[in-house]
Design a protein around this ligand. Sequence first.
Ligand code: PEP
Ligand code: MN
Length: 338
Amino acid sequence: MVVVMQEGATEEEVQYVINRLMGMGFDIHRSTGARHTVLGAVGAKVDFDTRDIELLGGVEEVLRITAPYKLASRHFRPEGTIVTLGRGIAIGGEELVVMAGPCSVESAEQIDTIAASVAASGARILRGGAFKPRTSPYSFQGIGQQGLQLLRQAGDKHNLSVVSEVMDHTQIPQMIDYVDMLQVGARNMQNYNLLKELGKVAKPVLLKRGISATIEELLLSAEYIMAGGNYNVVLCERGIRTFDSYLRNTLDIAAIPVIKKLSHLPIVVDPSHGTGLRDKVAPMARAAVAAGADGLLIEVHNDPEKALSDGAQSLFPEQFEKLMKELRVIAPAVSRRL
Ligand code: PEP
Ligand code: MN
């Protein structure tokens, strides 16, 4: 349930409502917006009568939310959420935020070369996996902890924030000092132990949609993180498995406006995993921006043909540079800037 307080409701009125709801057994998550205070009440009883709250002083509206997620719902923060990462980076605002880099961190030289080129093209966040969730146990598994150090160094050198994937909750302590944002991969979207632990972390989380996950399941996974107290969640559409087998995945562009309506959380798009083929990445990136995405996650490699993972879907630096130029033309048409 979401309680929207009237504009100008007094602190006493807000506290009175909070106390009443807590007395009824609800957990309260308060959001103070520019004009309205909004209270998210979690743990609703089935026989609860919303009128008991509606008639309290200072209450504007009580919304019983039929969706099973509450904190991730648009009702909770109608104005939308902006997730900040330092270096002036804000995801969900007017600026489109592009995260780019290799699938995997491979060596100091590789990550430094790629960081230099994506930074020069206008990316704000450097991506790179150190712990890799590979479909086959015989595929390259990432270089681990050393990869995080190299990612951090390259990010700092080229004024980029960094994001890397956490595969298991036991990896959080060894990652937390190296990354600005923790990525939950598609395969781990429903790793509930991991999501619960990320709820306690003071860093933003990039939550990727599971390979066969519905939008509601994605939002429920975000809810797990938020219920633990971490509201800095950025969603990522990265393609889902459908009956079509031509591409690696089917990128669900329509998920962008759907999620924008259902949730206040920012949503970015990963056209690299979404298509699996380099020549399909730019068209889908352009479409994602036109459809209202808050940013992009794109694989770029200085020598994709020799990449240790996902070379076929990684852009050459020149292709990334060209794409960024195109996006700068599209962005203003949808009231964004890059
Ligand atoms: C990745 O971004 O490197 C990755 C493994 O993506 P996904 O979890 O979407 O497959
Ligand atoms: Mn990859």
